[in-house]
Design a protein around this ligand. Structure first.
Ligand code: NAP
Length: 484
């Protein structure tokens, strides 16, 4: 199968924080992949901007090293890499000072698409927005890209939105959640809204429950201090898991356009019921003789921050009344996997004997690794011996079905950056969505703080605390086994 790559129009992209971890690990290698795919025009300009003093050539060396380290096999394509590096420039700039802004103004070509990636701490967003305007570098057509964390509660998210709104319209602001850039997540929408098969069953009459799991094997690594102030609820649930929940639960939008989609997602968040404290399990990984625990990683021996969350929530609307959504995410778990599972109800009457409850259709949407979807169906076990039923997967691994196209498909970051250049906000969070998500999570976090709640310990390499399993067991359900 031959993929069609449509080049974007020429653009100037300024990466504030162009020397930082995110730029080196994701943004720059991602842009190089789009360059290789022929999607990035050769006269595009990528301008790194940070306080460190260096010239264009110094920055090109840094970019090259980043691509060699994080760009996989692509980095070996020396001739193309040299071509890509010709698009790269650097300006030494202080978001809080005046140095470097005139130089940046001279570099940015406003007759083209201009985008500004704020890959810096959110405390600098206001300074950057103000100076971009003060120096006439951004105009009403420019786009800005901002990263999580978008606030740490409703108040701070509102403040950030207000700061950005002073200089940019909502149509110019691209709040990135890289989960939305994943191929499978978009395929979830294609499967739901492009087929007649699923939508009639997509409601509480036919769906028993939905599980969303994002399990990581890594700990908090070098981000211990940040994570200790954040925790799994703020770092994962409020944004990534909530966005997945929205896409799975939303009503069909009238069109696949940014506001139609985001209006429907917002309605889901606003329909989420408050969560009862006994329907949430918080966990924290414990040290082993060979590995540090969360408290060691965070450098805080008394930390009460959670590295694991499992919760049950309900959406109060006609479609989902009575269907629970179970969400779980954690660090240092047994395997790394992200999956959404739609567990359908039993067939209303079993004609084959006492098989009720044993066979269920489950639509599994795997985000990582091995992106793909599987629909579990019940069939007769082949061979003689009567009518014995077994469950088999109708498997659609994208790698099998689409061959090389999957390898060449852009990863989440590069797809989203190209969407910014194209001016397509569909896969980005709108300000009111972010605020609504905080309005739902804030009371949960405040409850823990008021009760001084201590997270339940769990073993590194486990499935999380025992209580998480109980959350399901007491409803007569169980988590799907997490496997790679
Ligand atoms: P980082 O490694 O600490 O990099 C920060 C960047 O900002 C550096 O390039 C730094 O360069 C620049 N900077 C700092 N102060 C500045 C100032 N006053 N003026 C201009 N530039 C300044 O951080 P990061 O990990 O790349 O993260 C960047 C943002 O993305 C953060 O908001 C983070 O929460 C978010 N994020 C990161 C990841 C990730 O995987 N890393 C994932 C999701 C979200 P100089 O010191 O040279 O100025």
């Amino acid at each position: 199968m031959v993929s069609r790559v449509i080049p974007v129009d020429p653009f100037d992209l300024v990466i504030f924080g162009g020397t930082g971890d995110l730029a080196r690990r994701k943004i720059l290698p991602g842009l190089f992949r789009r360059f290789l795919a022929g999607q990035m025009p050769e006269d595009a300009t990528i301008i790194g901007a940070a306080r460190s003093e260096m010239d264009d050539d110094g920055y090109r060396i840094m970019v090259q090293e980043a691509i060699v380290e994080f760009g996989g096999e692509d980095a070996a394509r020396k001739a193309e890499l040299d071509g890509f590096l010709q698009c790269v420039r650097y300006v030494s700039i202080d978001a809080k000072g005046e140095g470097g802004w005139k130089e940046l103004a001279a570099l940015v070509n406003q007759s083209r698409i201009t985008a500004f990636y704020f890959s810096v701490a959110p405390s600098l967003f206001g300074d950057l927005a103000e100076r971009l305007h003060h120096h006439g570098i951004a105009d009403t057509q420019s786009r800005i890209v901002v990263e999580k964390p978008f606030g740490r509660d409703l108040v701070s998210a509102r403040e950030l939105n207000a700061v950005l709104a002073q200089h940019f319209n909502e149509t110019q602001i691209y709040r990135i959640d890289h989960y939305l850039g994943k191929e499978t997540v978009q395929n979830l929408m294609a499967v739901r809204f492009g087929n007649i098969l699923f939508e009639p069953l997509w409601n509480s009459q036919y769906v028993d429950h939905i599980q969303i799991t994002v399990a990581e094997t890594v700990g908090v690594g070098g981000r211990g201090e940040y994570y200790n102030r954040s925790g799994a609820m703020r770092d994962m649930v409020q944004n990534h898991l909530m966005q997945l929940l929205c896409l799975i639960a939303m009503e069909p939008p009238s069109r696949f356009d940014p506001d139609a989609v985001r209006d429907e997602k917002l309605k889901v968040i606003r329909a989420l019921e408050p969560v009862d404290s006994h329907e949430i399990v918080r966990g924290q990984y414990e040290k082993t003789p060979t590995e540090p625990g969360f408290r060691e990683d965070a450098g805080d021996p008394r930390s009460r921050t959670e590295s694991f969350i499992a919760l049950k929530c309900h959406i109060s609307n006609w479609r989902w009344a009575g269907t629970p959504f179970y969400l779980r995410t954690g660090k240092k778990l047994r395997v790394r996997t992200s999956e959404i599972a739609v567990v359908f109800k039993d067939a209303p009457h079993m004609i084959f004997g006492q098989e009720e409850g044993r066979h269920r259709n489950i639509l599994s949407i795997r985000l990582q690794p091995n992106e793909g979807m599987t629909l579990g169906v019940t069939i007769k076990e082949p061979g003689p011996g009567g009518m014995r039923l077994i469950d088999v997967p109708l498997d659609m691994s994208f790698a099998d079905a689409l061959g090389d196209d999957v390898d060449e498909a852009p990863d989440a970051y590069e797809r989203l950056i190209m969407d910014v250049i194209r001016g397509n906000q569909t896969l980005f969070m709108r300000g009111d969505e972010v605020e609504a998500a905080w309005a739902w999570t804030d009371p949960i976090i405040e409850g823990w703080e008021t009760r001084n709640e201590v997270p339940k310990p769990y073993d590194v390499g486990s499935n999380g605390p025992e209580d998480a399993a109980m959350l399901m067991h007491r409803d007569g359900r169980r988590w799907r086994e997490i496997r790679e």
